[in-house]
Write a protein that binds this ligand. Structure first.
Ligand code: ADP
Length: 261
């Protein structure tokens, strides 16, 4: 991977500066408690249209909770979330998950067990018959699987194959924002790299804004235009991969990044 041309700034892989494109996602002062536990303690995050952000940080720091709020699976206690300039969660606003153009892939895929692979992927597609099966075949190819898998049931697949089907299902709906919560961690090393590359290429070509939660430092570096470091319910640092890894804002971040491989 090439380094950004101005590592101190916010230039992305294509060499554009962040000022050229509007924010697709704006998270402002978001807080979330579970019972008496403060899980998110005031999170601010902006992601420009079509860019990719990797969120890294220790287990339990609140990464999944933040993604689920952005997806609309739960509501913040306070603060504001806006997508493409439209407030989707705020003091008096609530847009439910199915009305947000957001795809979400969790660690364990969570396919519908009673549906075939093809029906899982085609779920929610406005296509039927031949057109649907052609599209399913294309989507399977994107995740390095043969079209013949469409007829199988999820339980006949390995964990890694199920995860790739979950990615294909999320891609099928062509969301404008894709949220990926460690989607590659169940895959073995070789497949992980190939799948990651295919998914990154698909998302980039379609101009999909992407947020990836990952423990894998190489994945964050290769996938993302910006890296956000989460710690203890807050974003400790946000910057280009180069800046975050070469100039961590504090010692705890440096130690975490050093351990993250
Ligand atoms: P991460 O993704 O960084 O590992 P999470 O967002 O999953 O962190 O969790 C952050 C904290 O919030 C953890 O302490 C977790 O136990 C707690 N938590 C997450 N979801 C719930 C929930 N639905 N109910 C109660 N506690 C929760």
């Amino acid at each position: 991977t090439s380094q950004p041309t101005n590592p101190g700034g916010t230039t992305n892989k294509a060499g554009r500066t962040a000022g050229d494109v509007p924010d697709h996602l704006q998270v402002t002062g978001v807080r979330k408690n579970f019972g008496s536990t403060e899980v998110l303690k005031g999170v601010d995050l902006a992601v420009a249209q079509g860019r990719t952000t990797a969120i890294v940080g220790p287990s339990g720091s609140g990464k999944t909770t933040l993604l689920r709020l952005i997806a609309g699976f739960s509501a913040p206690d306070s603060g504001r979330i806006a997508l493409a300039g439209e407030e989707v969660a705020g003091q008096s606003t609530w847009v439910p998950a199915h009305k947000r153009s957001v795809g979400y892939v969790a660690q364990d895929g969570a396919l519908f067990p009673h549906l075939s692979v093809g029906a899982n992927i085609a779920f929610g597609l406005p296509l039927r018959g031949k057109a649907a099966s052609l599209r399913v075949g294309e989507l399977l190819e994107m995740v390095s699987m043969d079209a013949s898998y469409a007829k199988r049931r999820p339980h006949q697949l390995s964990g890694g194959q199920q995860q790739r089907v979950a990615l294909a299902r999320a891609l099928a709906r062509q969301p404008e924002l894709m949220l990926l919560d460690e989607p590659f961690s169940a895959l073995d090393a070789g497949l992980r790299v190939a799948t990651r590359r295919a998914v990154a290429q698909t998302l980039e070509q379609a101009g999909v804004t992407t947020i990836l939660v990952t423990h894998d430092q190489a994945e964050a570096l290769s996938f993302a235009d910006q890296v956000a470091v989460m710690r203890d319910g807050k974003l400790a640092q946000i910057g280009s991969p180069f800046v975050v890894y070469t100039r961590p804002s504090d010692r705890a971040t440096a130690e975490f990044l050093g351990d993250a491989v």
